[in-house]
Design a protein. Sequence first.
Length: 273
Amino acid sequence: MVQYIANSLLTVFSMDLDYFFQVAPVAKDILSILIAAGWALLMGNLVFQAVRSMVSGLGFEGEDPKLLFTRTFVFAFLLLASQQICEIGLNISAQIIQMLQIPSSVTVTIPDESNFNIGASWLLIIIVGFVVMWQFVKLCFEVAERYVVTAVLVLMAPLAFGLGGSKSTEDIFKGWCRMFGSMCLLMATNVMFVKMLLSVLSYYPSGLDVLPWMVLVVTIVKVAKKADSILARIGLNPAMTGDPLGRGFPGAMTMMVVRSLVSNAAHTIGRNG
C-alpha cells in the first residue's frame, strides 16, 4: 500500500506547473484578472505618488517625479514579462530537481514476523506498517501544499510587480521576491528529503535494527516538515505550511511501538540471560 501511494505521488515532486493549470483550468482566468489588477495597481500607484509629489509643499512626503516615472516605466516591462520571469525561477529549480533524479518507481520494504521473536508479532507488523505509511503520506501532503503555495505565488506575480513602481510599496515586491525564491529552494529541498526517505524505506531491517530504522523514518519526515522554519532561521522567507490536525495520533502510536519494542527486547534479553 505504501509502495502504491509512493509511485502514485511521484509527479507531485516536480516543479512543473502544467499539472496545476491542467487540473485547475480556472487558474488561467484568475491569472488574466490578476494581470489586469496589476496594471491598475501600477497606474493607480503612479497617479497617487505623483499627486503626493505635487502637494509636497503642503507637508506631504513625495518621491522624485523623475525616479517615480522611471521606476514605473521599468516595472511596466517587468509586469509584461512577469510569467516569463517566474518561469525562469521555476526552470532553475527544475534543473536542480532533475539533477537530484526523482526515482521512476519506489520499492518499500516492511519488516515481517521473522524480525520479532515475540508473541503477537503480527500486531507489531501492522502498527509498524501503519506508522511508515502515515509518515510518508504526511510528507507527500506537505510537499503538495508547498507546490500549491508556489503556484499561487506565480499567479500573484502581476500584483507584486504592479506594486514595485514606487519606494512606498517596493517592500511588498521585495517580500514576494524573497518568498518566491525561498519556495523554489524549498521545493528542491523536498526532493532531497524524499530521496532520503525512499532510500531508508528500501532498506530491510533485521532483528532489533527495526527500532533505529523506525526512529530514522519518523525523524526524516519531521525534519522535512520543519524545512521551512530552518530556511526562515537562516534569513529566507518561505511560506509556513503544515496543519497541526492529526499530529498527535501517529506520534502517540509511534511512541507506543517504540516502547513495545524496547520492552520486548529487554524481556527477551533478560530471558536469554
